[in-house]
Design a protein around this ligand. Structure first.
Ligand code: 3EB
Length: 359
């Protein structure tokens, strides 16, 4: 990749301007302290940007932030002008080898499925979302999914005899197979978190013309090899992916939790779960470095999103992170249900070329 194509990540309040302005933004995800801010943003924010002649795909994530800021935008840029467009239900922008896309599917579209239909509304929504995503990346000549964020309303609720996260896994697996996609091995880094009841299934993703490297964690069973006790279809994601090479390489760390082997450790102890998660992250950074033949990134240099199930646990979780990462670490806290009931915290991260800590 040439240097002007460098992927860049930035977190800003929508009232501010990103450091290089709004032009050249590839795509963004909006996180709000309350769902109502999203309504305001939909009414005013996008229009304001449109008036200024700016257009980029924007995912509204209905997973509330914790902390003082009312709203934050996660902004991805590609260091050169991006072309926005739509393909089916996917809003996208592309720049060079890179594609950012976003889409949302309401399950209400599928609630009229015939009684006794073999597929649930969430499975049908997931099937549509994944088929649309695969169709878009194929048509736009960026077939390699690098990173996918999945926000699933009521993720832990059991309906139709199966937890909704497991319904999502079933449909992700089957749509991937139907589209000729891998369900193990060459699968993107991902996160799958809860979102507000009644919100749409919301996905955003980064894809590339070039394949990333796929990294697994030596301390963990690959998620796509989890035994059947975690659901009829295993989750199809890699523990991390690396896009690009050398100084420009960006590391995408999937949602990572206190799981060793395939088991949850430290149920009921959010501080210990946070420490175990950091040990997992460190192992992953070492494995990525071993694969690239370069020194490992330091934990302190990454940008993190931290998903906290119970806001009351935030102080102990933050204390652990601050002692490991220092007081200036880039941490965005969100309140979210996590895909196993016994997990109190899950952490995703981005590091390397696309993220330069302020220090
Ligand atoms: C885990 O390690 C925790 O289903 O896409 C983390 C990241 C998790 C992604 C997904 C699930 C997913 O199994 C859960």
């Amino acid at each position: 990749m040439s240097s002007e194509q460098l992927l860049r990540l930035e977190y800003v309040a929508p009232s501010e301007s990103p450091s290089e302005g709004w032009h050249g933004v590839l795509g963004a995800a909006a996180f709000a302290a309350s769902i109502r801010s999203h309504e305001r943003d939909r009414l005013h924010g996008r229009d304001r940007l449109h008036e200024r002649g700016v257009d980029f795909p924007l995912a509204h994530v209905h997973t509330p932030m914790l902390g003082d800021a009312p709203e934050v935008l996660e902004i991805w840029r590609a260091g050169r002008p991006a072309q926005p467009g739509s393909h089916g239900r996917v809003r996208y922008a592309r720049a060079g080898d890179l594609l950012f896309g976003s889409l949302a599917v309401h399950e209400a579209e599928f609630t009229s499925a015939p009684e006794g239909s073999p597929r649930t509304p969430l499975e049908l929504a997931t099937d549509l979302a994944y088929r649309e995503m695969y169709a878009a990346v194929a048509a736009l000549d960026s077939p390699h999914l690098v990173r996918v964020w999945n926000y699933i309303p009521d993720i832990n609720l059991e309906t139709h005899g199966l937890e909704r996260y497991r319904q999502f896994n079933t449909a992700r697996h089957e749509a991937s197979r139907a589209c000729g996609r891998a369900v193990a091995g060459q699968v993107p880094a991902a996160s799958a978190l809860g979102a507000a009841a009644g919100s749409p299934l919301t996905l955003y993703f980064l894809a590339s013309r070039r394949a990333p490297a796929f990294i697994e964690n030596p301390r963990q069973v690959s998620a796509y090899r989890y035994p059947a006790q975690y659901g009829p279809r295993s989750p199809a994601f890699s523990r991390a992916t690396v896009l690009g090479e050398g100084d420009e390489a960006t590391l995408f760390v999937s949602g990572t939790a206190s799981i060793v082997g395939h088991r949850t450790l430290h149920a009921g102890d959010p501080a210990a779960q946070t420490r175990e998660t950091l040990v997992n992250m460190e192992a992953l950074l070492e494995e990525a470095a071993r694969r690239a033949g370069s020194p490992a990134l330091r934990l302190q240099t990454l940008a993190y999103k931290v998903y906290v199930r119970e806001p009351k646990d935030l102080p102990v979780i933050h204390a652990q992170l601050e002692s490991a990462l220092g007081p200036t670490a880039a941490l965005l806290y969100l309140k979210a249900d996590i895909c196993r009931q016994d997990l109190a915290v899950e952490i995703e991260a981005v590091g390397g070329g696309c993220w330069r800590p302020a220090d």
